[in-house]
Design a protein. Structure first.
Length: 347
């Protein structure tokens, strides 16, 4: 089988690349059907601006809500530490909205924007080579003019670029995710910071997405926290557990006819809500540098690595024990505002 552009993975980055990259793209996806999970995702302005440029602005508006602010609060009493506006003021500043939605709805919008037959489900890549050859489960071989590995943290394509010791490793934290039914959830992204753990909640259509991050089991992890947080975590019940893992930096994101993007290139912990946004930025950048993969990596790698470092640092800062470091962190948060987000959202 010969393909012009083979994109491995029908997640957010892969589907965006299929929309953005010129030429005939075929997306190879191991799953038998589009993802159907209903957990939430935040899309900051740097992501929504790129998707709007692909003509998806109205479709995104139809499946999303617009949080008016991000609030950071104390774990023990819910006291406000700092607040950053995310509504109309942020949209005016960055030319695009900050949106929250269900991940499966976003995947559906991307999928529906593609020509029928672009995505081939049930096609699991088990190996790739820099000459554009892909091996699929079952023995099939695909040859492509360009291979784009958008197959996530456990990427099979990445193996053509990595060295021994590249396996994903846990960082010792688990994210427990749930969507609580809510007709009128608070219109803000709220993050409660506490010793060794934190909780995030934000509105999505028809509910409130809750993510509790801790080092051990969820049961009892938030005893002693502010009562509304404790009650919300308990209401999440048997939340889905996702162990947070990272991988070392790749020596290069491309070789020959092969390139990786998103989590396959630069996985990052989810502490500043930029993982999907960076995959979208990668896809948009690849569209204009598809004939020069060196230029693609030079344009994208410094920014992605800076954001990955900030995400890693966020996991430490979110979890500071009460004390002098925590008070200094809170003072920095209280003094920050929307302009401090420019480096993230202006891209």
């Amino acid at each position: 089988m010969n393909i012009d552009v083979a994109i491995v993975g029908a997640g957010i980055g892969g589907l965006t690349a299929a929309l953005a990259v010129p030429g005939r793209c075929t997306v190879l996806e191991r799953a038998p059907a589009p993802a159907a999970d209903g957990f939430g995702i935040q899309l900051p302005p740097n992501a929504t601006r790129a998707l709007a440029a692909l003509g998806l602005g109205p479709a995104l508006a139809a499946i999303s809500v617009r949080p008016v602010a991000r609030e950071l609060r104390r774990w023990c009493d819910g006291a406000l530490i700092g607040r950053v506006p995310l509504g109309a003021e942020a949209e005016r500043r960055y030319g695009a909205p900050y949106l929250a939605m269900r991940r499966a709805d976003l995947v559906r919008v991307l999928f529906d924007a593609l020509a029928p037959g672009t995505v081939r489900f049930g096609a699991r890549c088990v190996g790739a080579a820099p000459d554009g050859t892909l091996r699929l489960a079952g023995g099939a071989v695909v040859r492509a003019g360009l291979v784009v590995g958008a197959d996530g943290l456990h990427s099979a394509v990445r193996g053509a670029l990595s060295s021994p010791g590249d396996a994903a490793r846990p960082i010792g934290l688990t994210a427990f995710r749930a969507v609580l039914p809510a007709a009128d959830p608070p219109p803000v992204v709220t993050v409660w910071l506490g010793p060794g753990r934190h909780v995030v909640a934000y509105p999505v259509p028809g509910g409130r997405n809750v993510v509790a991050v801790t080092a051990g089991p969820l049961d009892g992890a938030f005893d002693g926290w502010h009562a509304p947080v404790r009650d919300m975590v308990r209401a999440a019940g048997a939340a889905a557990a996702h162990e947070i893992r990272v991988r070392p930096a790749l020596p290069a994101w491309h070789r020959g006819r092969l390139v990786v993007l998103g989590d396959a290139a630069h996985p990052m912990p989810p502490f500043i809500a930029q993982g999907a946004a960076q995959a979208i930025e990668d896809a948009a950048a690849l569209a204009s540098t598809v004939d020069d993969l060196t230029a693609f990596e030079a344009a994208r790698r410094p920014r992605a690595e800076r954001i990955a470092a900030a995400s890693t640092a966020g996991g430490v800062e979110h979890h500071l024990p009460d004390g002098a470091d925590q008070r200094r962190r809170d003072q920095r948060i209280a003094a920050s505002g929307l302009p401090d987000q420019d480096w993230l959202y202006c891209r």
